[in-house]
Design a protein around this ligand. Structure first.
Ligand code: HEM
Length: 460
């Protein structure tokens, strides 16, 4: 049996110095130690890294009983709560996922196209020539409104900004690496402020639960995720407690906008720094649908839209790593990994492996014309039975954003090489400052912009 490579003391000191730079750490581990490595001396800072498509397949798909989640993700519990789907295992996970799954079916998500387009158009209508703005911050608000509105209906959707402001400090704290966290309950600590924010968010969510209960119906117009959670007492199962419902809602909102807004900012970055890719996208969109908003059928006929979204998620996967706890000893690639190990797989490293991808560090949407890559080499949403439940919603938001940017906006990115901050969610460090430029005649072949467009599905 081969011994697992471990870095020496000097390398561990360097890790400590770079504790806020997850990309640096991942690159260092992969470049210096290889695809299997153990880093750190003691829990909760000791991890076994299993990197690459084969490792992803082993962890995500082929050996579900070998790994568990709840302990691996317990650092997120202070925000999303102990009963959230995100930190559940076994039967609890199956039940909770089953409850919310109907709201995430492709058909239901496609019904959110109008909401997605309206919110994105509202945002982009403020992107007028001469304006400088932080695309990450602005789009984050938009994505939050979509996530809350799409999953929990209009009433909570209208309070998305309020809810977001409450959850924001806790999400920021969640983004810290384990080395940077101090879970100390004193009034002035970031941890205490996060707990306070979570409590305030729960009060707001409880108001909505009580409002629906008082109205004597679980639904608010359309049947949404909250409806499913409130109605969950069939098949002899106990109804969910209010605390449990709050955990699901908080978890889904946090998961729903945190990663998607990072991906959206990276999309703005990649299109803004790759003029050829943007020009090709513009040509395809304008030739196919002109300046009107896309219908679902349109989106299916725009392969470059799908390709720029996939390429952004490949090069800049918001979830840079995923964690699991090994429930039993197992062998991978000739290495013996003991039960109890915290195991890391990495979309970020997999998506940049030179033997898996040609020119891995270049943004090349056209690579997707060749079809799907080898299994488990593209895992921005994880995989297997715990694959991201929100992948269709996130993809729809990113696709509509790509179309509307191509149709209506010319911009320049102020910092060509922003780093990434965060561990669970790679967000652009320092935001994504951009300046909006006047559009050129060749941008739209003389067509009109947002103001003069026709609606989705109508012919020009
Ligand atoms: C670009 C945007 C997104 C990315 C990159 C992303 C990424 C991921 C990844 C990698 C996982 C699996 C983690 C692991 O294997 O350890 C995951 C799980 C999950 N995601 Fe997403 N996600 C995104 C958007 C969303 C949205 C929009 C929602 C909900 C509205 C969502 C809700 C969830 C939930 C609930 C899980 C846990 C599923 C389970 O354990 O059964 N995500 N996501």
């Amino acid at each position: 049996m081969t011994k697992i490579p471990k870095p020496g003391f000097a390398s561990h000191c360097r890790f400590a110095l770079h504790s806020s730079d997850m990309a640096w750490m991942l690159d260092y581990v992969h470049d210096n130690l290889g695809r299997v490595a153990e880093v750190g001396y003691a829990k909760p800072l000791k991890f076994v890294y299993l990197l690459g498509p084969e490792a992803n397949q082993y962890i995500l798909s082929d050996h579900p009983d070998t790994f568990s989640w709840s302990e691996a993700y317990e650092l997120t519990e202070f925000l999303i709560g102990p009963t959230s789907l995100l930190v559940s295992d076994g039967e609890h996970h199956r039940r909770r996922r089953g409850l919310v799954q109907p709201a995430f079916s492709i058909r239901r998500i496609e019904r959110q196209l109008d909401l997605v387009t309206t919110e994105i158009d509202n945002e982009l209508s403020k992107w007028t020539p001469g304006v400088s703005l932080d695309a990450y911050r602005e789009i984050r608000r938009t994505i939050r409104r979509v996530a809350v509105g799409a999953l929990f209906g209009d009433s909570l959707g209208h309070r998305a900004d309020e809810l977001g402001q409450l959850l924001e400090p806790a999400l920021k704290y969640l983004g810290r690496s384990p080395l940077q966290r101090r879970d100390i309950k004193m009034p002035w600590t970031a941890y205490s402020k996060s707990l306070k924010a979570k409590k305030a968010a729960d009060t707001l969510i409880a108001e909505e639960i009580n409002r629906r209960r008082a109205a004597g119906r679980a639904t608010d117009g359309d049947f949404d995720t909250l409806s499913s959670l409130l109605a969950a007492n069939g098949d002899g199962e106990k109804p969910l407690s209010d605390d449990e419902i709050c955990d699901q809602i908080r978890g889904l909102i946090a998961a729903g906008y945190d990663s998607t807004s990072s991906a959206a900012a990276w999309l703005v970055h990649e299109l803004g720094t790759n003029p050829e890719a943007l020009a090709a996208l513009r040509t395809q969109v304008l030739d196919t649908i002109g300046t009107r908003a896309p219908s679902m059928d349109d989106l299916r006929q725009l392969p470059l839209v799908d390709a720029v979204v996939k390429e952004t998620l490949r090069l800049r996967p918001p979830a840079s790593v995923g964690l699991r706890k090994a429930e039993r000893d197992f062998e991978f690639d000739g290495y013996q990994i003991p039960a109890g190990s915290m195991v890391v797989y990495s979309p970020y490293i997999t998506h940049r492996m030179a033997d898996v991808w040609d020119n891995p560090t270049l943004f090349e949407p056209k690579r997707w014309e060749a079809g799907e890559p080898q299994p488990f080499s593209f895992v921005p949403f994880g995989g297997g039975y715990r694959r991201c439940i929100g992948f269709a919603l996130a993809t729809l938001e990113l696709q509509v954003l790509a179309v509307r940017l191509a149709q209506n906006v010319r911009w320049t990115v102020q910092r060509p090489n922003p780093g990434a901050k965060g561990a669970a969610n790679f967000a652009p460090k320092g935001g994504m400052p951009i300046t909006i430029l006047p559009r050129l005649p060749e941008d739209n072949g003389g067509r009109v912009g947002l103001e003069g467009e026709t609606k989705a599905g109508q012919n020009e």
